[in-house]
Design a protein around this ligand. Structure first.
Ligand code: NAD
Length: 291
């Protein structure tokens, strides 16, 4: 039986509708959530991602500030900029668009962002909190996948979830979030010799590799839920995922399309984290007023 589509566009829109109400409330309290986005160099894909983030901020009424630098920027200059944004009360979230040029150490830069403004959820403190299941900013893509599963009422407790990919920004945190929902989690990656043997056991399969149509229907157990994080170009230069959608949809119970699946959720969860950060600030203000 063909699978049901998990529609990230619709689910993302519904989350953004709720955000609009939360933003209105913040505005009534005299607070306008603000996001600073830093772009270094002229990577074409990064420019598109940054402009989509700005557009979404505008739609929702989130103040956004774009700071651009040439590719020859020094690490010191970038960290100085981050420090001034850390101290800026108009800014609730700071995002440094990755990848960065070679001369800049990504981990030094991400660690320079104040954890309370780290709306990408990449600061080591926030990653540690996530591992411990504490309240924190969750990395946007895995957080978005969890929302897709929640809205689609996919049961995770006791299920075997397999994550393909182990990057810091998608695969690793993805497995942790599934584990927190009581799934039994297996990670597979480029050095896994028996990939298919393992994916065939998956009740829930999350694919985050970056190889067009790598996962075909012979990797899928009947009735599995398949989430495709991949964003690639096919032979006709059309956007496609890591999953061969046409064949896999005949076997899966639920499947995300590309585009229109995980992609819209990543931006939505960035907005959610930014609003959350402004709400945290408001709570702090109220607490200090009551002292
Ligand atoms: P990455 O390159 O950092 O990691 C890819 C992972 O895939 C690695 O851990 C590697 O071990 C594994 N891998 C590589 N080849 C493999 C193979 N043949 N079999 C099994 N595992 C293999 O990539 P990433 O940043 O995690 O992104 C993965 C994909 O997700 C990319 O296509 C990226 O564009 C996309 N992405 C999409 C969104 C979104 O919002 N939709 C967000 C982030 C990333």
């Amino acid at each position: 039986m063909p699978s049901a589509l998990i529609n990230g566009k619709e689910i993302g829109q519904s989350i953004r509708n709720d955000l609009t109400k939360r933003i209105e409330y913040l505005n009534e309290q005299g607070i306008s959530p603000g996001l600073a986005v830093i772009l270094v160099g002229d990577n074409a894909a990064s420019k598109v991602y940054v402009s989509n983030k700005q557009k979404t901020c505008e739609e929702l009424g989130i103040y956004s500030q774009l700071i651009t630098f040439d590719a020859n920027l020094s690490e010191h200059e970038l960290i100085t900029t981050i420090e001034s944004l850390n101290a800026d009360p108009a800014i609730d979230g700071i995002l440094v668009q990755l990848p960065l040029p070679k001369q800049i150490d990504e981990s030094n830069v991400l660690s320079a962002i104040l954890p309370s403004k780290d709306v990408d959820g990449f600061h080591p403190i926030n990653i540690g909190k996530m591992m411990l299941g504490q309240d924190t900013f969750l990395p946007c893509t895995p957080y978005g996948v969890m929302k897709l599963l929640e809205y689609s009422e996919v049961e995770l407790s006791g299920k075997h979830a397999v994550v393909i990919g182990r990057s810091h920004i998608v695969g690793k945190p993805m497995g942790q979030l599934l584990l927190q929902k009581d799934a039994t989690v297996t990670y597979v990656h480029s050095k896994t010799p028996n990939l298919k043997e393992i994916t065939l056991q998956a009740d829930v399969l999350v694919v985050a590799v970056g190889k067009a149509k790598l996962i075909t229907s012979d990797y899928i157990k009947d009735g599995a839920v398949v989430i495709d994080v991949g964003m690639n170009r096919d032979e006709n230069n059309r956007l496609c995922g890591d999953v061969d959608f046409e064949s896999v949809k005949e076997k899966a119970s639920y499947i995300t399309p590309v585009p229109g699946g995980v992609g819209p959720m990543t931006i939505t969860m960035l907005m959610e984290n930014t609003v959350q950060s402004a709400e945290n600030e408001l709570r702090q203000d109220k607490r200090s007023e009551n002292r």
